[in-house]
Design a binder for this molecule. Structure first.
Ligand code: GDP
Length: 365
C-alpha cells in the first residue's frame, strides 16, 4: 500500500500527531491486520459520500477505506553525511510515497525549540537541505556515468543527461527537485531517479490550540504557505495536541468539542484527505444490502485492475463494470432508479475508473 511518512525536527509535535493518528485508527475499527508495524498508523479515510450511500442503501455494515501513515524516526541534521541513525532516516524516507513534514508554528515557552526559537523557514530548510544533499550526491554520480554514455550520442543517455543537468543546480542551492516543472517527456526520467526531493510534500503546520478556529492569523503559517507555494507543496494547519484529544473522544463528545473549538471537522481529516490526494489515490464504492464499502485505487487505473483491488479473481475473470457515478446515485437514490434513468453504464476493460464511481463488477469464476 502507498504510505505517507511523517517527518520533522525534534519537538515539533510529530509523536503527538502520530499518537492522534494511531488512536483515531484504533478507535475506528477492527483492522484485519494481525501484527502491525508500530511505526505504521492506519486511519479511515473520511468520506461523506460513503455516509450518503449508507443512508440510501441501509446495508448491514459500512466499511470505509483506509490509509497508512508511517512515523519516520532518525536523526535529521547531518543525515546526508550518512552514519547510523541519519542513514536510517534517509532510507525510511526513500520507502514512503509522500512526505508529511510537521513544522512547529505554536509558541510555547515551556517547550524547547531545537534552534532556540520558532522559525518555520529555518526548520524547513534544515530538512530540505539534508534531503537535497543526499539527492545531489546521487545526481553527481549519475551525471559522471551518463556523460560517458552520452559521448556515443546515445539518445536515451542524452535525454537523461539533460534532465540531470536541470536538476543539479537546484540541488546545489539546497532546494527540492519538486519545485521544477517537468515536461511529459522528462517526467518518466525524473521518476526513474527515485529522488527524495521529488516526492510530494504536505507541510503540516502545527499551530497552537487557541488558533485552530482561525489559523490564518498565525504568521508562521503564512511563512510555511509561501514556501510551499514556491516548491509545489501543500499545507494544512492543525493542532497536534488537540488532535490527540479529539482522537480519544466518542462521536457525540467529538461533535461538542469541535463546536466548542469553532471548527467543523478534525484537522486530521484534512490531513488524511490531502495526503490521499497527494499520493494520486481515489475512491470507488461497492453498494449492496450486505455491505456498502469504499475502496482505494490509483487514479488512472482501468476497470479490471480496479476490480483486482477487491479480489484477484475479479481481475482475472473480469467481464464488465456496471457503473453509476456517485452524483447520479445521490440524485436518483438507488441502483434501480439509476438503471431506469439510463445512468447505469456498462463499462469494459478499457474504462478508466473515476473517483466516486459506484461499481458492480461482473466476472467469470
Ligand atoms: P516530536 O519530538 O516532534 O515528536 O514532538 P512531540 O510530539 O513529542 O512534542 C513535543 C512537545 O510539544 C510535547 O511536550 C508536546 O506536548 C508539545 N506539543 C505538541 N503539539 C503541540 C501543540 O499543538 N501545542 C502545544 N502547546 N504543545 C504541543
Amino acid at each position: 500500500a502507498l504510505t505517507a511518512g511523517i517527518v520533522g525536527l525534534p519537538n515539533v509535535g510529530k509523536s503527538t500527531l502520530f499518537n492522534a493518528i494511531t488512536k483515531a485508527g484504533a478507535e475506528a475499527a477492527n483492522y484485519p491486520f494481525a501484527t502491525i508495524d508500530p511505526n505504521v498508523g492506519v486511519v479511515e479515510v473520511p468520506d461523506d459520500r460513503l455516509n450518503r450511500l449508507a443512508e440510501l442503501v441501509k446495508p448491514q455494515r459500512v466499511l470505509p477505506t483506509t490509509f497508512e501513515f508511517t512515523d519516520i524516526a532518525g536523526i535529521v541534521k547531518g543525515a546526508s553525511k550518512g552514519e547510523g541513525l541519519g542513514n536510517k532516516f534517509l532510507a525510511n524516507i526513500r520507502e514512503v510515497d509522500a512526505i508529511c513534514h510537521v513544522v512547529r508554528c505554536f509558541e510555547d515557552d515551556n517547550i524547547t525549540h531545537v534552534a532556540g526559537q520558532v522559525n518555520p523557514a529555518e526548520d524547513i530548510e534544515t530538512i530540505n537541505l539534508e534531503l537535497a544533499l543526499a539527492d545531489l550526491e546521487a545526481v553527481d554520480k549519475r551525471i559522471e556515468k551518463v556523460r560517458k554514455q552520452a559521448k556515443t550520442k546515445d539518445k536515451e543517455a542524452l535525454a537523461m543527461l539533460a534532465v540531470l543537468e536541470r536538476i543539479q543546480p537546484v540541488l546545489e542551492e539546497g532546494k527540492p527537485v519538486r519545485m521544477l516543472d517537468f515536461t511529459e517527456d522528462e517526467l518518466p526520467i525524473v521518476r526513474s531517479l527515485f529522488l527524495l526531493t521529488s516526492k510530494p510534500v504536505l507541510y503540516v503546520a502545527n499551530v497552537s490550540e487557541d488558533e485552530i478556529a482561525d489559523p490564518e492569523s498565525n504568521q508562521h503559517l503564512q511563512t510555511v504557505k509561501a514556501i510551499a507555494a514556491e516548491e509545489n507543496a501543500e499545507v494544512v494547519a492543525i493542532s497536534a495536541a488537540i488532535e490527540e484529544e479529539i482522537a480519544e473522544l466518542d462521536d457525540e463528545e467529538k461533535e461538542l468539542f469541535l463546536e466548542d473549538l469553532g471548527v467543523t471537522e478534525p484537522g486530521l481529516n484534512k490531513l488524511i484527505r490531502i495526503s490521499y490526494d497527494l499520493l494520486g489515490l481515489a475512491t470507488f464504492f461497492t453498494a449492496g444490502e450486505k455491505e456498502v464499502r469504499a475502496w482505494t485505487f490509483k487514479k488512472g487505473m482501468k476497470a479490471p485492475q480496479t476490480a483486482g483491488v477487491i479480489h484477484s479473481d475479479f481481475e482475472k475473470g473480469f467481464i464488465r463494470a456496471e457503473t453509476i457515478s456517485f452524483e447520479d446515485y445521490d440524485k436518483l437514490g438507488s441502483e434501480k432508479a439509476a438503471r431506469e434513468a439510463g445512468k447505469l453504464r456498462s463499462e469494459g476493460k478499457d474504462y478508466v475508473v473515476q473517483d466516486g464511481d459506484v461499481i458492480l463488477f461482473r466476472f467469470n469464476v
